[in-house]
Structures are given as structure tokens and as C-alpha cells.
Design a protein around this ligand. Structure first.
Ligand code: OAD
Length: 258
């Protein structure tokens, strides 16, 4: 066995023996789908805008039209992307886990993501904890009413709800707090899991970093899959440097026999 195969087998064994698994993902999970990250250079029309200055409550109150047009541009790019084998592997890990029985118990799988693109769900994953919200859900700033998959593009900018309030994407902007229910569940499931997998996240941004530390402190077996080493790499039990879309299918295939 190569070193990589040995690591993959060890991870598959840990997963098969676990009672609870938590997976936290970041932009790297969607990289192979071509979803542009914040840190990617802005292109075309938007090249002169700084995303860090568009994704803020201040920008939205100052210039809601520009901010919502920018989000529509991102929605359009995401609509053209498709889930990659990493998304599919996590979705199939979840369905494998769900098909357990009393005689053949299987672990629970909690999927936590910082991505707002909805690609895990499009791959068939369910009950995904979206720490930074979703670009596919919009909210009326007057009534709080939620709108799933509004028209793309909107018929007017800035878009308004039926109640006349401005619509904003349900994503967490810089300076905003994370959705409390999502954060509470993510923190609980990370602290209670026996296997914790961090995939495609730089692990520097709170709370992903905090979730890893909570899992490690509670004695979970910790795994990191990332193209490159991160600040978590020295602390995890196993680090695999590679593409999520290549590594995850191998691990999940080993677990599910697929
Ligand atoms: P980052 O852009 O910080 O990190 C992405 C990570 O994915 C990097 O560590 C890459 O090495 C890794 N990576 C890239 N391609 C990969 C691949 N094919 N397979 C595996 N790993 C790969 O993204 P996040 O950690 O998600 O915040 O950043 C978290 C948050 O910071 C974002 O959600 C955003 C940003 O500022 C908000 O929107 C509030």
C-alpha cells in the first residue's frame, strides 16, 4: 500500500467504527466545480470592486442596487456550476449512513459548510448546516419573510418584496453574526462526534477553526483534506494533501464498498 492508500484505509476504518461523524467544508469543496471564491480575482464588470466592501451591511444600505446586482452575478455563476465528485461523495456517505439498522448500526453524519452555493444539496445531501447562509434564499428586510430561489435576474434593482421591503440575500456579511441555530448545532455535533473531517477550508476563519478545536478537545479522530497545509494541519490526526474531488470519493468508496 502507498502512504496515501494507508491513510485512506485508516480513515475508512475510523468512519466505519464511528457513531457520529461531523464534516466541515469550505470554499475548497466547491473549487473543482468552478465556484469563484471571495479571494479569487474579480473578473469582467466587477474587477474594480472589492468583495470585502460589497459583502457588508454598510454597503447594502449605501448602495443596495450594486450589492444586489453583484449577488445576482454570483448567483448566475453558481447556476452554471454543477456539484463535483466531492459533493457527491459526502451526499453518498450520508445516504449510506442513513440506511443503517439495529443489526447493522451506522454513524450519523452531520454536514456543516461555510459555502453559500447550495451545491451539497444539489448533490443530494440533506439537512446541511449552512454557517454562512445561502445565496439561494433572500429575505425581506421589512417583514423578515423568506423567499427561496427568487427570479434571476430580478425584475428590478434593488429588488423589493411584495410588502415593499428591500430584499437581501440570506448570507452572512462581514460584521454580522452567524445564524445562531446553525452555529449551536454545528458546535454541538462537532463536540460530540468521534470522527471530524475538515475539507477545503483554510481553517483560519471562525467558526470552522473553533469547530475543529472543539472536536479535537473532546477526543474525536480528526482528519483534514486540503490542497495545501493549513494552521490545523499539525494538529490533526491525519492530513491528506490533495483535491477534495479525488480524495473524498476514494474514502467514501472504501466505506460504502461503492
Ligand atoms: P478559503 O478561501 O479561506 O480557503 C479555501 C481552502 O480550500 C484553502 O485552504 C485551499 O487550499 C483549499 N482548496 C482549494 N481547492 C481545493 C480542492 N480542490 N480540494 C481541497 N482543498 C482545496 O475558504 P474558506 O475556508 O471557506 O466568509 O473561508 C471561509 C470564509 O472566509 C468564507 O466563507 C468567506 C471568507 O471570507 C464569509 O463569506 C463570511
Amino acid at each position: 500500500m502507498t502512504e496515501l492508500e494507508t491513510k485512506i484505509q485508516r480513515i475508512a476504518d475510523e468512519i466505519a467504527a464511528a457513531r457520529r461523524i461531523a464534516v466541515v467544508s469550505g470554499a475548497g469543496l466547491s473549487a473543482e466545480s468552478g465556484v469563484p471564491t471571495f479571494r479569487d480575482a474579480q473578473t469582467g464588470l466587477w474587477a474594480r470592486y472589492d468583495p470585502m466592501e460589497l459583502a457588508t451591511p454598510e454597503a447594502f444600505s449605501r448602495d443596495p442596487e450594486t450589492v444586489t446586482r453583484w449577488y445576482d452575478w454570483r448567483r448566475g455563476l453558481i447556476a452554471q456550476c454543477t456539484p463535483n465528485p466531492a459533493h457527491a461523495a459526502l451526499a453518498s456517505l450520508q445516504s449510506w449512513a442513513a440506511s443503517g439498522s439495529a443489526e447493522r448500526p451506522r454513524p450519523s453524519v452531520t454536514l456543516i459548510t461555510q459555502n453559500v452555493d447550495g451545491l451539497l444539496q444539489r448533490a443530494g445531501a440533506h439537512d446541511v448546516i449552512e454557517l454562512h447562509g445561502s445565496i439561494h434564499t433572500w429575505k425581506c428586510t421589512k417583514t423578515g419573510e423568506l423567499l427561496d430561489n427568487p427570479p434571476l435576474p430580478f425584475p428590478e434593482y434593488p429588488p423589493r418584496s411584495k410588502a415593499g421591503g428591500r430584499l437581501r440575500p440570506c448570507v452572512v456579511w462581514f460584521g454580522e453574526t452567524l445564524p445562531e441555530a446553525a452555529l449551536t448545532r454545528a458546535a454541538r455535533d462537532s463536540a460530540e462526534c468521534d470522527v471530524f473531517i475538515s475539507v477545503g477550508t483554510s481553517a483560519v476563519v471562525y467558526p470552522a477553526a473553533g469547530l475543529f478545536h472543539a472536536a479535537a478537545a473532546a477526543g474525536a479522530f480528526t482528519i483534514e483534506i486540503n490542497l495545501e497545509r493549513t494552521s490545523a494541519s499539525d494538529a490533526v490526526d491525519i492530513m491528506i494533501a490533495g483535491r477534495a474531488g479525488e480524495v473524498l470519493p476514494q474514502i467514501v468508496g472504501r466505506v460504502t464498498g461503492g
